[in-house]
Design a protein around this ligand. Structure first.
Ligand SMILES: [Zn+2]
Length: 121
């Protein structure tokens, strides 16, 4: 039986916690998901997110940055070097910061929608 989702989907993702118990981190290192939750034994290895988090970030963050780049270009008309410096400086840290929560979000989504695959039914 699936747990009650104690933290809610977004808090679970932002805190990178187990979607069933909300107690333990789902990561053993920067982006490596644990085999099992040390608290509730949820099979986290079954939630294979693959490149899903990276794909979501590329699409969402890329679209936001392109819109911002067009806004800056047409509103301020800066020299080209401003674009060359500004967008990588924004994109790289945001990508690194958002990768873990996005991956945790996908694990929590899989737990919510397909708990049987994670041994929670
Ligand atoms: Zn747990």
């Amino acid at each position: 039986m699936a747990g009650p989702d104690p933290l809610g989907l977004l808090r679970t993702a932002l805190l990178c916690r187990c979607p069933r118990c909300g107690q333990a981190s789902i990561f053993t290192s920067v982006l490596t998901v644990r085999e099992r939750c040390p608290v509730c034994e949820l099979n986290l290895a079954a939630a294979d997110t693959g490149d899903g988090a990276a794909a979501f970030l590329i699409l969402i963050e890329g679209a936001v940055l392109v819109v911002l780049a067009f806004y800056v270009e047409f509103h301020f008309n800066p020299p080209l070097w401003v674009h060359v410096i500004l967008w990588p400086v924004l994109a790289i840290p945001f990508t690194i910061l958002l990768m873990r929560p996005f991956k945790a979000f996908l694990v929590a989504q899989q737990f919510r929608n397909r708990p049987g695959e994670m041994g929670a039914e």
